[in-house]
Design a protein. Structure first.
Length: 188
């Protein structure tokens, strides 16, 4: 029974994983406003919605190769490998192969905590919500003082991809745990 439940959770994890990496993980908006004596100009500096895959692509394009590769490895490759292996273990009729696969997935399970690390990084980014800065500058032009108020506001919010990815991490962890305890019970 646990074996079947583990497989069902594995399927649910896949269903959560796909939107988790493709839907926006977070939205980031940064605006700057300059007030010159009562007249104001507002300009949007950043307005992005990034998924995990978009983040990897942006990092790669800006030549931050190590970070791009690490996020891709831990957030995309290892989850796909784990899911594929757990599916293979479920369908194999060779108990020895099933045991080896389950042990291998348990061994790389420690690395899957990097998934949670990536989510934590996104949470850290989200903690910048409503970070406002303000400065007042006085310009001297032909002997006249002109007051300029400059402010920036950063707004960020969790996107749907964030919640799907967190759901994937939790369901995948539970599925792996059930699979490994199923093997232990079989051995006894």
């Amino acid at each position: 029974m646990k074996r079947h439940l583990s497989f069902a959770l594995n399927i649910i994890a896949i269903a959560l994983f796909i939107p988790g990496i493709t839907l926006p993980m977070f939205a980031l908006n940064m605006e700057m406003t300059a007030l010159l004596n009562a007249a104001g100009i507002t300009s949007t500096l950043i307005d992005k919605e990034l998924s995990i895959l978009n983040t990897v692509q942006d990092l790669w394009n800006s030549e931050r190769f190590l970070v791009a590769v690490l996020i891709f490895l831990f957030s995309v490759c290892i989850p796909i490998l784990k899911t594929t292996l757990m599916t293979l273990a479920y369908f194999t009729r060779n108990e020895n192969l099933e045991r080896h696969i389950t042990q291998f997935v348990s061994a790389i399970g420690k690395w899957s905590m990097a998934d949670v690390f990536v989510v934590a990084v996104f949470l850290a980014i989200l903690s910048t919500n409503h970070a406002d800065t303000f400065s007042r500058e006085t310009l001297s032009l032909f002997g006249f003082g002109i007051s300029v108020d400059i402010s920036t506001q950063t707004l960020s919010a969790a996107g749907d991809g964030f919640f799907y990815f967190v759901g994937y991490c939790l369901v995948s962890l539970l599925a792996s745990h059930l699979a490994s305890t199923t093997y232990i019970i079989k051995r006894i």
